[in-house]
Write a protein that binds this ligand. Structure first.
Ligand SMILES: *Cc1c(COP(=O)(O)O)cnc(C)c1O
Length: 415
């Protein structure tokens, strides 16, 4: 036996790096819940009021969806057994994809949808496959600075595979994007943006971006993870809300947030979807999601665009308005957001952790969000609402937040 302490360096490196994260207050911690995702969570034996999930419509623990999951299990078993192109593609997937395409058909001509097990996978697949449409070194990708990590990773992978050029733009001021597109000689240009920015809650200027895409013959990829299910009268998302229609939009929605279950989809005109099926490696080489999940999602989509979905969106919008009215007197820095994502910016990691801890002591579950999820110096509480929250739940939270704001400010001023 060799002396493993001398040869096994990786474990020491790992320990050092983790210690460094701890000392920068950047170490993350898993907490296991003992209850279904809802407005109350049982965590480590305590019941906390949760304002941190993305279950905006309160469907994650919906009795009809629980029933649909059991029914799906009965009809299709528990595993798909293979990737979609081998034998894992079920009629339950097929039906779901048709429903998803019908949600966007007024916004994307000749729309077809492709279902994925996660949004992360959908983004990796869509961006890498689209970038491959042009020869090496002839794709330009324009990415909004605050895009979700899965878009960033999809872009990194695409750039590594195709030598695409990548530039960033500020979604609140797209003049520089316009300047760059003007001189771009590449045959393939892809503009990539979150629909609703996941940590700020504001919306991308999709109409203006589409105008640029049309002017400079670019594709526009919109990741509507936080808009699907909640935006628009029928909950079909940001394109419905903006009354937008274009065949150059690649729309991505996720199904583990407002839809309450799991999974994601890409919706685009059929030719692009055909290309993803041919060349999208993360799609091709991954086992299909259990059909029972697709079956459950079909039911979720029915709820979303029906009366119940509409009532749930009404409740959610009521909560957002109360928050906007009540919190305007708080000194805490907020982002102007009209969605169920309402961040309170605390700046330092220490302040964000302190606020999260004080909230925990007051019986709330709202974790601190720190870099690299958000830019350095903008650590925050990311407060989110669900249609299952009552007006009273929210008013209580606001009272607790105002008390905690006082405490955090006093502590900060003593440092
Ligand atoms: C959550 C999220 C994703 C990832 O979706 P998953 O289904 O959770 O993998 C992608 N994009 C954005 C903007 C998100 O917020």
């Amino acid at each position: 036996m060799t002396n493993s302490a001398n040869t096994f360096k990786a474990i020491n490196l790992a320990k050092e790096q983790i210690d460094a994260l701890e000392s920068q207050l950047l170490k993350r911690k898993l907490r296991a819940t003992e209850s279904p995702c809802d407005t109350k969570a049982l965590v480590e034996g305590r019941e906390l009021k949760a304002f941190c999930s993305n279950d905006y419509l309160g469907l994650a623990n919906h009795p009809e969806l629980i029933k649909a999951l059991a029914e799906g299990g009965k009809n299709y078993g528990v595993g798909s057994g293979a990737s979609h192109l081998i034998s894992g593609h079920s009629i339950a997937h097929e039906r779901l994809e048709k429903q998803l395409a019908s949600f966007q058909e007024q916004h994307i001509p000749n729309a077809r949808a492709l279902f994925f097990s996660t949004g992360y996978l959908a983004n990796l697949t869509a961006i890498t496959a689209l970038a491959m449409l042009a020869p090496q070194k002839s794709t330009s990708i324009y990415s909004a600075k605050l895009n979700h990590a899965s878009l960033i990773d999809g872009i990194r992978l695409a750039a590594a595979q195709t030598q695409a050029s990548v530039s960033l733009f500020d979604h609140t001021n797209i003049d520089s994007l316009s300047e760059q597109l003007k001189t771009d000689q590449n045959p393939l240009k892809i503009i990539v943006t979150d629909g609703v920015f996941s940590m700020d809650g504001d919306l991308a200027p999709v109409k203006e971006l589409l105008k640029l895409a049309e002017q400079y013959d670019a594709l526009l990829l919109v990741d509507d993870a936080h808009g699907f299910g909640v935006l628009g009268k029928l909950g079909h998302g940001i394109l419905e809300q903006g009354n937008i229609c274009s065949d150059r939009i690649i729309y991505i929605g996720t199904l583990g947030k407002a839809a309450g279950v799991s999974g994601a989809f890409v919706c685009a005109q059929a030719t692009f979807i055909e290309w993803l099926i041919q060349k999208g490696r993360p799609f091709i080489y991954s086992t299909a999601t259990p059909p029972a999940i697709a079956h459950t999602l079909s039911k979720s989509l029915e709820i979303i665009s029906g009366d119940e979905g509409s009532n749930r969106r009404t409740q959610l919008n009521k909560l957002i308005r109360i928050w906007q009215d009540e919190m305007q007197f708080s000194q805490w820095e907020k982002v102007s957001s009209c969605t169920a994502i309402q961040p309170v910016i605390l700046g330092s990691n220490a302040n964000a952790l302190l606020a999260a801890q004080l909230l925990d002591e007051a019986g709330y579950w709202i974790p601190a969000i720190r870099p690299p999820t958000v830019p350095n110096g903008s650590a925050r509480l990311r407060i989110t609402f669900s249609a299952n929250h009552s007006e009273a739940d929210l008013r209580q939270l606001i009272i607790s937040l105002k008390a905690i704001e006082q405490q955090v400010m006093e502590k900060a001023s003593h440092e």
